[in-house]
Design a protein around this ligand. Sequence first.
Ligand SMILES: [Zn+2]
Length: 308
Amino acid sequence: MRLQPLPVPTRVYGGEGVVSYSHRLAARNHSQPGEIEIGLRERGVRLSRARCAAERIDVWRQLGNLHPSAFTTPARINGDAVTDRRLCLRCTQGNPAIGRLPHAGLVCLRHKRWIGSSPQVDLRAYSAALTAERHYRSHLAARGVLFDSFAMELGRACANSVFIGIQEIERRRQHTDIETIAALVYPEQVKFARMLTSRTFLEYVTDPAREANDRRARITQEITKILPVWDASESWRVTERIWEVARRLAQLRRESLLWGTPIRDSYYNLLRFIGRPDLVIDDKWDDYGIRPSTYSRGDHTVADNSPV
Ligand SMILES: [Zn+2]
């Protein structure tokens, strides 16, 4: 049975999910999604109670008279869950909407806005963040690195304003009139994430056959390229953070040589960027039943989003 679209048409925004859309469509038709779904069931329409079941999604596509491509953004990429988040309020004409944007980092390039936190912020005065977003999209998103992935969270932790230099952050703040620290340090966050997913870098610093001193020195050397304002009293903290990850990855590589199947945790996902045939070829991540909550966010504590 083909359903009649609801009387007041409502467009779906790029990446918007069915939960967000159904609320907006129902509200514009002076109702609520639950009421509409009860009405449909009473009329004999089969409708799962699961929020994102295929048949439920199809029903809302019909009610909104939407293209079949609506609500088809993948839920997982390379084993990482694609997290729902608030869409750019300019893209949605000010209507709060939630969806998945795996191609985007923390910036809407169309409107030059920071969408990484609330309130969203105008970035037109801060071109470095826009450049960082372009780099994120072409070098990270293109390889399946999501905005809240382990590499990006570790990048954020390394891009702490104390490490970058309080004076430098103050200079950016005054120059741009932007108060959101996460936006001000976004260029460094993306650079660190690129470093952490660079094949040559990872190959070197996680190689269990190499001397620890050499691997550690390489980490320090790469960090100084990103943080030119180098405060010796803080430098060791960034090196320590990345060194801890490198040691863990080296251990996983060693285990994989011994046992073939290392433990899969959030650190392990970085190894896919090395692309070693003994590690991740034909690896079907979903087969391991790793939940998003424990996989990409829960079992590590690298994020440091506290205002500094
Ligand atoms: Zn936008």
